[in-house]
Each structure stands twice: as C-alpha cells, then as structure tokens.
Design a protein around this ligand. Structure first.
Ligand SMILES: CC(C)(COP(=O)(O)OP(=O)(O)OC[C@H]1O[C@@H](n2cnc3c(N)ncnc32)[C@H](O)[C@@H]1OP(=O)(O)O)[C@@H](O)C(=O)NCCC(=O)NCCS
Length: 176
C-alpha cells in the first residue's frame, strides 16, 4: 500500500483538499487547519492511484527547526501507511534543508497521531527542554510559533543520520 503513495505539491488551488481536513478535525482545530492550508508556504499531498488521500503542512521555524503543523489522512485511507509516508517525506524534506530537529504538538487523546509520530521515533518534550537548548528568549519565540495549547504535548525527533530519514520503506517520492 505505502509503495503506491506519491507525494506532490498541493499547488495553488488548495480548496480542493479542504475535505481531508474536514474529515480529520473539528471546531477550532478545523477552522485553524483550514486557514493554515491556505496561508502555509508549503502543503504536500499524498496521492494513492492519483487520488488525494492525505496531506501534511510542514512549517519552517528559523533556519534549523522543522515543525509538522498539520497532518491528516482521509478516513477511507487510514491505517494503511499513508500518514507514515507523508511523515517520512516531511522528515526527509526537513533533513535535506539542514534541519536537525522536528517538532509536533499532539493532543493527548489523539492515539492515532501519537502512534504515527512515536512509530518514527518522536518522544515527548516540552518548554523546559527547549529553554535548556535555546535559552529563554528563543525558546519562548519557538514555543509561540508552534502554538502548543492546553491538552497537547510537544514531541520532538532529532534527525542525526540520513539513514534515519531514508527508512527504505520503498516509498515513492515525486516532485514537491
Ligand atoms: C493521525 C493520522 C494522520 C494517521 O494516518 P494513517 O495513515 O492512518 O497512519 P498510518 O497508517 O501511516 O500509521 C502510522 C503508524 O501508526 C501505527 N499504527 C497505525 N495503526 C495502528 C494500529 N491499529 N495499531 C498499532 N499501530 C498502529 C503504525 O506504527 C504505523 O507505522 P508503520 O508505518 O510503521 O506501520 C490519521 O489518523 C488522521 O488523519 N487523523 C485525523 C487528523 C489528525 O488527528 N492529525 C494529527 C494531528 S495534526
């Protein structure tokens, strides 16, 4: 299944992908995810046999940090590895830009999302660790950019070696 997934740039007409977010989020999250879909500098879409099946919105923070803003897979494609392919692609993308830390903020009751991120080695972190790494001022700025809200935990993955992002899953990548 994962081998049939192609990742492409969402291009300019992003409205046609809103339904994927509608299947994944509700309330304020949906409102914000939709807004971000249109304003983000980059949106990557997963195509399965040419059909949109999921999307990821990566965000660059400074010159060295990557952040997975939103990732969502259409209901009928879930549990087949599409989210994994999207995340692997995002990690590779950040790695190639020289970013060695990738963060994601995950709702504590979102078990599917926690599974997805921990399956790639993400671990829980928080403001304190950021402060130790970057000092108070930058940590505050980074944390604010990540929009971590109550009920969510920040996760991090340190990308130290290329082979960690080239997981050899046979994923197929095309233009982004
Ligand atoms: C979170 C979400 C993106 C996951 O997408 P998905 O395509 O279903 O995820 P995958 O099938 O790639 O599974 C990812 C990993 O989770 C694990 N996993 C998935 N289903 C599992 C299950 N039933 N039991 C155990 N592990 C499971 C696997 O380890 C898998 O890793 P693998 O590639 O090594 O097998 C999807 O559930 C979704 O869109 N949810 C709604 C939106 C959302 O909450 N987004 C995240 C917050 S931004």
């Amino acid at each position: 299944m994962a081998s049939d997934v192609n990742i492409v740039d969402a291009g300019v007409d992003r409205r046609r992908y809103e339904w994927i977010l509608e299947e994944g989020f509700s309330g304020l999250y949906l409102w914000h995810a939709r807004r971000t879909l249109h304003s983000a500098e980059l949106v990557m879409v997963a195509l399965v046999e040419g059909e949109p099946a999921g999307l990821v919105i990566p965000k660059r923070i400074g010159s060295d940090i990557g952040y997975v803003y939103y990732i969502a897979v259409a209901k009928r494609f879930r549990g087949m590895g599409v989210g994994g392919v999207l995340l692997d692609h995002t990690l590779r993308f950040f790695f190639e830009e020289g970013r060695r830390e990738v963060y994601a903020s995950i709702e504590d009751d979102n078990t599917e999302s926690i599974r997805l991120f921990t399956s790639r080695g993400f671990r829980p972190t928080g403001f304190e660790e950021l402060r130790r790494k970057y000092g108070g001022i930058r940590a505050t700025k980074i944390y604010a950019e990540m929009l971590v809200v109550r009920g969510e935990t920040l996760y991090v993955l340190e990308l130290t070696r290329r082979d960690e992002v080239e997981r050899g899953r046979g994923d197929s990548y095309s233009a982004t």
